[in-house]
Ligand binder design. Structure first.
Ligand code: ADP
Length: 485
């Protein structure tokens, strides 16, 4: 991998704690592997609690000075960081693809997407507005100011090794918090490369640490129990989010939770079918189905069901599975053998109960964790995929008759992250977008993520929003000041 990089120093082999590049006190290490080839990319320090405590202490030590700077000053540093990420997008994209598996075009795209949050929140650093409220008595003046919560800790998954951290660290740093990130053990290299560029951009020592570690639960516990940490921000499964919220209850810690989804993707009879197929391809197969906003259940109205299935199968036939670092590849490997087994289990359960495979359906001839993009027809609500996120390249097509029926089915889940529907009937569009119990709705589009909009879920999909002018709120406390004159 080093040979592919213009700047090989971006491939880090140490953790970044309190402004220093370090090994584990114990000397322990763990391996980072390339899921496409199975080869070891590098070994990294497997940090323990002591090093994590040092990162947290340094974050506390640096926080007051960082917060005391002007927003404009912090914005200038974030801008520099953004520029460095864009300048190095090719290298960062290659590192990301090597550790995670997504095609290079998507890996590079993620770098620019992640960077866009650093740009956006840097700009927002200058707009941390408070409020004045007319007093309740003649001598009283009411002011509301917003202050950083303090030291923030993050735990993030492997599916977006850069962007999941960028969406959290950017608003936190913008408003004057300091930050300790624990990246997923599968994909820590992108996080370390971000830290290196942050250092080069002038982010002061201790403001942003990256603690590499292979045993997440011990780090999660320390983040929740350490009284210096004032906020935990997490992206991952609802199960782990629940554990972390329980642990965070000990010190009534503020939490942001971006958790699992079970996105419905609805195609009505009156939709533009070609547009719907294009949206389904992006929403379903992007990142090989491994995103929390991927279409998990595709509902197609009876009148267009067969035509939609046929067009989707034609589009899937054009996909090119392979190593993400090779040219022309549109689908990489799945992240792990466990992920492949889950996909196989969902397909077997569906076919046992009567679904038909019209594309793919099995491991790819390339071996490893490569899997064929799959389409299932005749899918019904008694199948596993109805309630459980597949997190893989399987498009299950459910048939429905009425709008009322499909809205009820779409909402019949504990999750409420992303949803999508296609229709050209104006009245229906308004009815359905309001009826869907989701934090996000894509209408006639399968791609909704942008730093300009508030990303987040309702129900058991989470708490808080990332992106948009609302994205800083999760890292701010309100202070009400009552003054008698
Ligand atoms: P995913 O399926 O995306 O890996 P998980 O919720 O299992 O979702 O993992 C998300 C992140 O949380 C990963 O970095 C993982 O290592 C970490 N994690 C898993 N279990 C725990 C835990 N008990 N405490 C803290 N972090 C955890």
């Amino acid at each position: 991998l080093k040979n592919l990089l213009n700047d090989p120093s971006l491939l880090c082999s140490q953790a970044y704690v309190a402004g220093e590049w370090v090994d584990a006190d114990s000397g322990a290490t763990f391996e980072v592997k390339n899921p496409a080839r199975g080869d070891v990319l590098t070994t990294l320090p497997d940090l323990g609690i002591d090093e994590v405590k040092r990162a947290i202490d340094a974050a506390q030590g640096a926080q007051k000075d960082w917060a005391a700077r002007t927003g404009k000053d912090r914005a200038a540093i974030l801008r520099k960081w953004y520029d460095l990420m864009v300048e190095n997008a090719d290298d960062l994209g290659r590192i990301l693809t090597a550790e995670m598996g997504k095609p290079f075009a998507e890996g590079r795209g993620e770098i620019l997407y992640g960077a866009s949050f650093i740009e956006w929140f840097g700009e927002e650093a200058k707009r941390n507005y408070g409020e004045t409220i007319p007093g309740h008595q003649p001598d009283k003046r009411i002011t509301v100011i917003k202050q950083p919560v303090g030291v923030v800790a993050s735990i993030t998954p492997w599916n977006f090794p850069n962007a999941m951290i960028a969406r959290k660290v950017a608003p936190a740093l913008a408003v004057g918090c300091t930050f300790v990130a624990r990246p997923a053990k599968e994909t820590p290299l992108s996080a370390l490369a971000m830290a290196l560029l942050a250092e080069r951009a002038g982010v002061p020592s201790g403001v942003f640490s990256v603690v590499t570690n292979s045993r997440a639960p011990i780090i999660g516990k320390e983040f929740c129990d350490n009284p210096i940490v004032r906020k935990l921000t997490f992206t991952g499964s609802t199960e782990v989010g629940r554990i972390l919220m329980e642990q965070a209850a000990g010190q009534i810690m503020k939490t942001s939770m971006e958790l699992g989804g079970n996105a419905p993707f609805i195609v009505f009879d009156d939709a533009d079918l070609d547009k719907a197929v294009e949206g389904a391809m992006i929403s379903k197969y992007r990142n090989n189905g491994q995103t929390c906003v991927c279409a998990n259940r595709i509902y197609v109205q009876a009148g267009v069901y067969d035509a939609f299935a046929e067009k989707l199968a034609a589009a899937v036939a054009d996909m090119n599975v392979g190593d993400g670092l090779d040219d022309g590849v549109s689908v990489g490997p799945l992240i792990s053998e466990d992920a492949v087994e889950k996909v196989e289990e969902h397909i077997k359960d569906a076919t046992d109960k009567g679904a038909k495979i019209v594309a793919g359906g099995k491991r790819h001839a390339l071996g490893g964790t490569f899997f064929e993009p799959t389409i299932l027809t005749g899918v019904t609500s008694d199948m596993m995929v109805t309630n459980d996120e597949t997190f893989g390249p399987v498009a299950p097509l459910f048939k429905f008759d009425t709008e009322e029926e499909v809205v009820a089915a779409a909402n019949d889940t504990i999750f409420g992250l992303a949803s999508y529907f296609y229709s050209n009937d104006l009245s229906r569009v308004h009815r359905v977008q309001e009826a869907l119990e989701y934090g996000m709705v894509g209408v006639n589009t399968g791609l909704i993520s942008t730093e300009l909009a508030p990303f987040g879920g309702v129900k058991q999909s989470g708490i808080g929003r990332e992106g948009s002018r609302h994205g800083t709120e999760d890292y701010l406390e309100m202070k009400y000041i009552c003054t008698s004159i």
